[in-house]
Design a protein around this ligand. Structure first.
Ligand code: ADP
Ligand code: 5GP
Length: 212
């Protein structure tokens, strides 16, 4: 009989959002390193590449005309303007991948989360990270060393508006200690994978149980 570990299941869309600087990139990277079953949905963006970012791995970097063409060609599951730049989630891969049982991680904002939820509600798991305090958020943005003072000010001004969307998520985790936060995020993912509706192999498995 088929082992319960290899039962077929439908993949899920694991969305991690947070105000900028609260730690979603850090948690995403830890998750991708620790869990071979989940892959990043790589977004297309028109914002400039940051030091250390790899084109095609962290983002697909595009100019505005190319991005606009992708919008017109209906290549995105969702897209939004964030901090003066365009960001979008490509459709390719995700839909077929879900059927094949692959999980996808989305590092997207609340606007994208709402759009994905409207389109693919039952596949979506929404997780929001909060900083332990506004002061700590500022320290993290400054400490990251990737943004100018002006950009940090803009991100801080936007932080309150982003935090106000906390109640549009299924799970909210305060990212105080990174290891504790990561452990909680992993627990959510593991439990969500076990949901009956995702375990498409269960019907056959249970039929087998009844026959034996
Ligand atoms: P986001 O992707 O949400 O904008 P990052 O993951 O880039 O945020 O985190 C912002 C900065 O804060 C990074 O320098 C990161 O190393 C640091 N950081 C993330 N989580 C923690 C934490 N729990 N404690 C201390 N520093 C953290
Ligand atoms: P950053 O420029 O710091 O990488 O990202 C800025 C914001 O854009 C973050 O809140 C991030 O989650 C969001 N973002 C990244 N990719 C996408 C995307 O494809 N769609 C949407 N809606 N938001 C995105």
């Amino acid at each position: 009989m088929e082992s319960t570990d290899t039962l077929q299941r439908r993949g899920l869309m694991f969305i991690l959002s947070s105000p900028s600087g609260a730690g979603k990139t850090t948690v995403s990277r830890m998750l991708l390193r620790a869990d071979p079953e989940i892959r990043l949905s790589v977004s297309v963006t028109t914002r400039p590449q940051r030091p250390g970012e790899v084109d095609g791995t962290d983002y697909i970097f595009a100019d505005q005309p190319s991005f606009d063409q992708m919008v017109e060609g209906d290549h995105f599951l969702e897209w939004a303007h964030v901090f003066g730049h365009s960001y979008g989630t490509p459709k390719a891969q995700v839909k077929a991948g879900l059927r094949e049982g692959h999980d996808f991680l989305f590092d997207i904002d609340w606007q994208g989360t709402q759009q994905l939820y409207q389109k693919l509600e039952t596949d979506v798991v929404r997780v929001f990270l909060l900083p332990p305090s506004i002061d700590e958020l500022r320290r993290r943005l400054t400490g990251r060393g990737t943004d100018s003072a002006d950009v940090i000010t803009a991100r801080m001004e936007r932080a309150r508006a982003e935090i106000s969307h906390w109640d549009g998520y299924d799970y909210v985790v305060v990212n105080d200690d990174i290891d504790e936060c990561f452990a909680k995020v992993q627990e959510i993912l593991h439990a969500e994978r076990m949901k009956r509706a995702r375990q498409t192999g269960l019907i056959g498995f249970v039929r087998g149980l009844m026959k034996d």
